[in-house]
Ligand binder design. Structure first.
Ligand SMILES: Cc1cc2nc3c(=O)[nH]c(=O)nc-3n(C[C@H](O)[C@H](O)[C@H](O)COP(=O)(O)O)c2cc1C
Length: 315
């Protein structure tokens, strides 16, 4: 089995969060495989420079997958041709995004309504990749129910995909409730290709439970890794030794500053403040006085002041 699919801890694609900077931070804490956020096939074809930036990565991020989304087999395969020029380690097709702006164009999770289209997309994408790279498909359990799930899995498998990344919620469930891990178990039992289990892993205990309960080949952590890159190390320690250390508050605050400096190097201070703000709530989750800190950081556009608030913060 291809080694990236077996017994690995993946960082999920999270649009707006998992840029090159954060992927590298997560890798430094033990994430085995990372992915770009979803990249529009249409925008790639139109040569949109902002879109192309999403496909860029550094060598140290490998193994990395580039994820594409679209609503048409031909356009997706043309997009894949462009993504191939970046030499990723694999290509993934998004068939799970539930957001309105994506599904209104019949992309993302909307594809789960149309088995024939899924077949067409996987078939042509596989042909385009020409067996040179693994092709993965990231799916949800279905549109409004899981009634077609097993048929969809079979189609994806028989048209040449190397693995399936599976988040067991339907589109209509969005992010509500708990994801149904029993479906991961069933998909794993019924498929011959690796299954990467995803959904609601927020602690090392969850990670172990997903491996044990579902027998999936690898696991993927999404929201649980936002402002919490340590989770990858904790999961690995827990899987190996049944124990892991908690991260203390000063280290969390220091990480915000390190993360900020890394973003700043790439995009400048103003934009970096804007980006890091999204992470502060998660980095400081559960700390006393954190909401006051967040408020202050949200109000200032001045870098010196921003750093001062963080330095002076005493949880
Ligand atoms: C803010 C945000 C952005 C996301 N962006 C993407 C994306 O670009 N591509 C994708 O396949 N899934 C995306 N997802 C879904 C996640 O990859 C993952 O499947 C989902 O969050 C469930 O995993 P979790 O419970 O570990 O977060 C996103 C989710 C969130 C919350």
């Amino acid at each position: 089995m291809n080694s990236i699919f077996s017994n690995k801890i993946w960082l999920a694609p999270l649009a707006g969060y998992t840029d090159s900077v954060y992927r590298k931070i997560c890798k430094s804490f033990g994430a085995d495989v990372v992915m770009s956020e979803m990249i529009s096939a249409d925008a790639l074809i139109y040569n949109n420079p902002k879109t192309k930036i999403l496909a860029e990565f550094d060598e140290e991020e490998r193994p990395i997958g580039l994820q594409i989304f679209g609503n048409d087999a031909y356009k997706i395969s043309e997009g894949i041709k462009i993504l191939k020029e970046y030499h990723p380690d694999f290509i993934d097709i998004n068939m799970g995004c539930p957001m309105k702006k994506i599904i209104k164009n019949e992309s993302g999770a909307a594809l789960l309504k149309d088995k024939n289209k899924i077949k067409e997309i996987v078939k042509l994408s596989y042909k385009t990749i020409n067996d040179k790279l693994p092709l993965t498909i990231k799916i949800r359990a279905g549109w409004s129910s899981d009634k077609n799930l097993f048929e969809i899995v079979k189609i994806i498998e028989s048209e040449g995909a190397s693995a399936i990344i599976f988040h067991p919620r339907t589109r209509n469930e969005m992010f509500f409730g708990k994801s149904n891990w029993d479906l991961i178990t069933k998909v794993k039992e019924n498929s011959g290709i690796p299954i990467i289990g995803n959904g609601d892993i927020t602690t090392p205990e969850d990670a172990k439970e997903m491996f044990e309960k579902t027998k999936c080949d690898s696991i993927m952590v999404g929201r649980g890794a936002i402002g919490n890159p340590w989770i990858f190390k904790q999961i690995k320690n827990y899987l190996q030794n049944n124990s892991y250390s908690e991260i203390i508050s000063p280290n969390r605050i220091q990480m915000i500053i390190v993360h900020f400096e890394k973003i700043k190097k790439r995009v400048g201070s103003r934009k970096a403040i804007h980006i890091i703000r999204k992470f502060i709530a998660s980095y400081t989750k559960g700390m006393k006085g954190a909401s006051n800190l967040r408020q202050k950081c949200n109000q200032t556009k001045d870098e010196k002041q921003f750093i001062e608030y963080l330095f002076n913060f005493q949880p």
